[in-house]
Design a binder for this molecule. Structure first.
Ligand code: PAF
Length: 281
């Protein structure tokens, strides 16, 4: 397994591979890899000649310093997991100062309003941080395809907007949410759940599935009320938000239009851990 720390070193290796006509697949991650990430890597390995995985806990996208401090860092285990999939994967573990050219700060973005909804409201500056790091990663790796999970659906739509606006010739490949057998969406943050909260957390997906049924013949408002009440009644979970929004614009809806596609988006605190999930309605 080759691990690159400096942009220049990775770019040198990639330019040789590109000269030989190899296609490049890219999976950006913050490490603490789980099966959800590995599904992205498997997608990249299947579609491309070369797969690059970046592992970088990007400081500029954390609005909460405590969350950044506690974000799990498990580099050796991550490398082993990737090695089991393929020993040809190129790992990019950037040195923060080299990567940010000494200036670890976010650029400001306009994603046509996508950044103002849901996570944008609750995590100020988050999508500027994500946009900054992903743009820099794309400029460094220049992949043919990049893989993102639908768990962070708003992020996925924002990345599609980023490549369209920046005119980057990169195909963004969405990968469905990977769940534990009890339904909890896989997340690196799940590692931080105390047992009582870990046992409570699958309730989130149970409520989302019921909401999907309710949404079929009731209003968005009634569906929202059901989710709000269900989570409020749970002793170990606390709702931050539940929104029903259009998949394209991410704008919350009041009434349904049958030709449009909707999703339910939820954020719940289980103890100190912030869990995010969504469901196609
Ligand atoms: O989804 C993530 O893990 C991060 O937001 C990403 C895309 C790797 C950027 O740091």
């Amino acid at each position: 397994m080759k691990v690159f720390r400096l942009k220049k070193e990775l770019q040198k290796q990639l330019s040789e591979l590109k000269k030989d006509g190899k296609s490049i697949g890219f999976v950006p991650t913050m490490g603490a890899l789980h099966q959800g990430h590995l599904a992205l890597v498997e997608g990249a390995l299947k579609d491309n000649d070369v797969t690059v995985v970046s592992i970088f806990v990007n400081p500029t996208q954390f609005d909460n310093p405590e969350d950044l401090k506690k974000y799990p860092r498990t580099f050796d285990t991550d490398v082993n997991l990737l090695h089991k999939l393929s020993d040809t994967i190129l790992i990019f573990k950037p040195d923060s100062l080299d990567f940010y050219d000494g200036n670890v700060e976010s650029q400001r973005f306009n994603f046509d309003g996508l950044e103002l909804e849901m996570e944008g409201k609750h995590r100020p500056g988050h999508f500027d941080g994500v946009g900054t790091v992903v743009k820099k990663l794309f400029e460094t790796v220049q992949p043919d395809r990049a893989y993102f999970g639908e768990k962070d659906f708003q992020q996925l739509q924002i990345i599609k907007k980023l490549v369209a606006k920046e005119k980057m010739p990169i195909e963004i490949v969405p990968i469905p949410i990977y769940r534990e057998t009890d339904g909890l969406a896989m997340s690196s943050r799940n590692k931080r759940l105390q047992p009582v909260y870990r046992r409570a957390a699958p309730f989130i997906y149970q409520v989302l599935k019921q909401a999907r049924l309710i949404f079929q013949n009731q209003t968005p408002e009634a569906t929202k009320a059901f989710v709000t009440q269900s989570i409020a009644a749970h002793p170990f979970l606390e709702l931050e938000y539940f929104e029903i929004a259009d998949e394209k614009t991410l704008k919350p809806i009041k009434t349904k239009i049958n030709s449009n596609k909707y999703r339910g988006f939820i954020v719940v605190y289980a103890g100190e851990v912030r869990l995010i999930d969504n469901i196609k309605l």
